[in-house]
Write a protein that binds this ligand. Structure first.
Ligand code: RFL
Ligand code: PHB
Length: 389
């Protein structure tokens, strides 16, 4: 088999790239290790930046998002010494959209299937060959049959545990990592959200976040030790911890109910350099991870796809390889800014187990500065709604 671009991974990065390429008449094949149902059962990000919204529109998959998504023009920050609002609209003139990653992925699958684009599910043993030559190819097994696809380019969109990143030799690849000493325990419940806006809360017991998916579906998180397991947390224990960590006014009106999903995600900052090796490009979680505090994971994956899509378009439609040659540098320049913002917001709002009294005062002063300083609020708003591509 032959195609122009092999896309490894059918998560949001891979599917968005496939859809944008198809709109420009560029052919691709998506290889996914899991089933579609498995991918759609993963509950992950909930906030879309303007850049990602624009890409979904360009890809022709925005109808349901426009109809069902919620525009948010600010967010609340709560701490012991302050509860205040960051006004995105006032400081940046723009907003973010609450629309879950699960829904984005569902819309992308539907569009790909409708257009007859190729997705191969349950592939095993995906291996990238000759990425440094002009004739790369990918081999894999599906249903016990060995397969080979020859191509021009390979997009590694296979997440943090994928094979693409590891194809870049050790001597070439540099990895930068920070592992945080806690995780987030998240639940989904069929209850109305506690507030119209998200609440990011810092408390002596640890961080909490009140988020949502729609008018009757809430997503809440509490910081927890890395050693905890979801089974250690009854629903009652979760709701009690959440109530203790958020402002009293919110705790009093919180409507609780049974959780319909409960999981723990460890927090990590991670970047690989370079994001390109010959004809292989890394995109999204395959190349970088952020702690979820700034809602940047999915959105940073989308900005990679923007750069790669334009690079491939310029190659195939205009005969220019400038974008291809600059992909890694352009993507990394934006990735590192999202890493900084996510690290800063994580450091600002979490309780660190080895935190000294001095560290605590610094955190409190940082929050008070944000509460009182318009320039600091503007900087936060600009990062939260997403830096320009
Ligand atoms: P994904 O979504 O991980 O998709 C990668 C896809 O590649 C497939 N795959 C392979 N396919 C073929 N061959 C192989 N060898 C393969 N290896 C893997 C996988 O099955 C999968 O379908 O990466 P992508 O597309 O880059 O998208 C990135 C986003 O998913 C990610 O940045 C965010 O979800 C991060 N993230 C969160 N971000 C937020 O902004 N807010 C959140 O609340 C939030 N929660 C989360 C998260 C990430 C999590 N992970 C990865 C553990 C919660 C979790 C649990
Ligand atoms: C979510 O709704 O899942 C969510 C929202 C904001 C974040 C992280 C996760 O910063």
């Amino acid at each position: 088999m032959r195609t122009q671009v092999v896309i490894i991974g059918g998560g949001p990065s891979g599917l968005l790239l496939a859809q944008l390429l198809m709109k420009s008449g560029i052919e691709s094949v998506v290889l996914e290790r899991k089933t579609k149902d498995y991918v759609l059962a993963r509950i992950r990000a909930g906030i879309l930046e303007q850049g990602m919204i624009g890409l979904l529109r360009e890809a022709g998959v925005s109808d349901r998002m426009e109809a069902e998504g919620y525009v948010h023009d600010g967010t609340l920050i709560a701490a012991e010494n302050a509860t205040f609002r960051i006004d995105f609209k006032k400081h940046t003139g723009t907003t973010v959209m609450v629309y879950g990653q699960t829904e984005v992925t569902r819309d992308l699958y539907e569009a790909r299937e409708k257009a007859g684009g190729k997705i191969v599910y349950e592939v095993e043993g995906v291996t990238i060959h000759d990425a440094k030559t002009d004739a790369p190819y990918v081999t894999y097994t599906v249903g016990g049959q060995d397969q080979r696809i020859d191509c021009d380019y390979i997009a590694g969109c296979d997440g943090f545990h994928g094979v693409s990143r590891k194809t870049i030799p050790d001597g070439v690849r540099r990895e930068f990592e920070k592992v945080y000493p806690f995780g987030w325990l998240g639940i989904l419940s069929e209850t109305p959200p506690v507030d119209d806006e998200l609440i990011y809360a810092s408390s002596p017991e640890g961080f909490a976040l009140c988020s949502m998916r729609n008018a009757n579906l809430s997503r809440y998180y509490v910081q927890c030790p890395l050693t905890d397991k979801p089974e250690d947390w009854s629903d009652a224990a979760f709701w009690e911890a959440l109530k203790r960590r958020i402002p009293e006014e919110a705790a009093d009106k919180l409507i609780t109910g049974p959780s319909i999903e409960k999981s723990i995600a460890p927090l990590r900052s991670f970047v690989t350099e370079p994001m390109q090796w010959g004809r292989l490009f890394l995109c999204g979680d395959a190349a970088h991870i952020v702690p979820p505090t700034g809602a940047k994971g999915l959105n940073t994956a989308a900005s990679d796809i923007h750069y790669l899509y334009h690079a491939l378009r310029d190659h195939y439609l205009d005969g220019s390889d400038e974008g291809i040659d600059q992909y890694s540098a352009k993507a990394l320049a934006r990735v590192w800014k999202a890493e900084r913002f996510s690290w800063w917001m994580t450091s600002l709002l979490h309780h660190f187990p080895d935190q000294s009294d001095f560290d605590l005062r610094m955190q409190q002063a940082d929050i008070a500065f944000l509460r009182d300083n318009e320039a600091a609020q503007k900087a936060m708003a600009e990062n939260y709604v997403g830096l320009p591509y």
